[in-house]
Design a protein around this ligand. Structure first.
Ligand SMILES: [Zn+2]
Ligand SMILES: [Zn+2]
Length: 423
């Protein structure tokens, strides 16, 4: 229905639409073509409705200012119960193995049985989280300005100082606790970090450090350890090529000549149980996880100023644009500074496209992962609360100093990614 070069009429409501080369043409009156490639959904419709309803009621509670720290509600107790139960299994298996060896005879029967018990204990043992192997770790003395900023935000949030910053190329900024001492670490994804203005950087860091303060179930050790055990189990008991654990287990049972068949049988029994358990744990932690996101956003608004916090959230909708620009720059535009290309790609995105992505997040209810409520609700909540001024301000000079401090990390990370892309 082309009426003019650069303008078409909406096929649904006949409103005139500007065609923006390189971006999706859509209608802001009737939402026509807001989502040109709807994804194949694997989740059943009732689950999407449930999650949406959950996010919406939470939003309303927060809007009225009712919600405080995540409390010990039934869902949280259930999450801890499920996680605790899972963590008891390795301990009980280990004890059972010892008991078998000590009390059970004949020995030729009890040794393989004890071996199975020890295998289960080994397989299900909780593991400490480690830094991702491809991340470049920046220590305190290498980036004094960045750590001063992090300390300042941590103090206002009321959380212990960060011990290290793990830099990678991902379009994501995260908070985690690593090792058995659960030391707080910030993950800095350069393709997102590069696109943020100074105050948006404060907002994102305040959001992440807010997770450290809220005692989020997701970051708590019990739930985290249970999740890591489930992840491990999922890997082991999906139908992949031979796996050392399954081989061990099959060998322990004495079925060396029928490995393939036996592992398929084990997979078909254990696999669905593991997936079901994962699903259940996710469901019961969903509410407290989503609440944690809203609370972290609120804290981010209080610390960085509500405008910057809302902007930073909307910026995250452009994360894939940023990452694709980075890949393109590393592959084809070798004479340009890659992060500068990313910055330009993101600032060139018109406001109308950002608005489309916000509406898309409402339509699809996309979340960064299932623990995140839809971005449009999060941004709206920040914008509907009374505007706040910043408590922590990152000046332009300090911001440039932070960028300089991150140069060695950026060079290393981008070099690795370039090599990876060249393969
Ligand atoms: Zn229309
Ligand atoms: Zn978050």
């Amino acid at each position: 229905m082309q009426t003019d070069a650069g303008v078409i009429r909406c096929p649904q409501c006949a409103q005139q639409l500007r065609v923006d080369r390189g971006h999706v043409t859509w209608c802001d009156r009737c939402d026509w073509n807001v989502d040109p490639n709807p994804p194949d959904r694997q989740d059943p419709a009732w689950r999407q409705r449930l999650e949406h309803a959950l996010a919406d009621t939470l939003y309303r509670e927060l809007e009225r200012g009712k919600l405080h720290r995540p409390g010990w509600d039934a869902a949280r107790l259930a999450a801890y119960g499920l996680a605790g139960l899972l963590l008891l299994i390795p301990l009980l298996s280990f004890l059972a193995g010892i008991a078998l060896l000590v009390f059970y005879r004949p020995l030729w029967l009890c040794i393989p049985l004890a071996a199975i018990a020890f295998c289960v204990a080994l397989l299900l043992r909780p593991r400490a989280t480690h830094l991702p192997p491809d991340a470049y770790v920046v220590q305190r003395d290498e980036a004094p300005v960045l750590f001063t900023l992090l300390d300042e935000i941590a103090t206002v949030v009321g959380t212990p100082p960060v011990v290290a910053v793990a830099v990678d190329a991902e379009p994501n900024i995260s908070f985690g606790r690593v090792g058995w001492r659960f030391q707080p670490v910030i993950g800095l994804g350069l393709s997102l970090w590069a696109t943020l203005s100074p105050q948006e950087r404060v907002a994102v860091l305040a959001h992440e450090l807010g997770h450290g303060k809220n005692g989020d179930a997701r970051h708590g050790w019990v739930i985290g350890a249970a999740e890591s055990v489930l992840r491990q189990l999922n890997e082991v008991f999906s139908n992949q090529p031979m796996d050392e654990y399954r081989l061990d287990m099959a060998a322990a049972i004495g079925a060396t000549h029928s490995n393939g068949h036996l592992s398929r049988v084990i997979n078909s029994i254990v696999g669905p149980v593991v997936r079901g358990y994962t699903w259940l744990l996710e469901r019961v932690s969903l509410r407290s996880n989503q609440r944690a996101e809203y609370l972290a956003d609120r804290r981010s608004g209080e610390i960085a100023g509500s405008d910057a916090a809302a902007w930073a959230l909307e910026r995250s909708l452009l994360a894939d644009t940023a990452y694709r620009a980075l890949e393109r720059a590393l592959r084809f535009e070798k004479e340009l500074e890659p992060l500068e290309v990313v910055r330009r790609a993101v600032t060139e995105v018109p406001q109308r496209e950002i608005e489309r992505r916000l509406r898309l997040s409402r339509l699809r209810e996309i979340r960064t992962d299932s623990s995140h409520p839809p971005t449009y609700l999060r941004a709206r909540l920040i914008r509907t609360r009374p505007a706040t001024t910043a408590r922590v301000v990152l000046g332009l000079n300090e911001n440039r100093a932070v960028d300089r401090e991150l140069v060695p990390a950026a060079e290393h990370v981008l070099k690795e990614l370039r090599a990876e892309l060249a393969q």
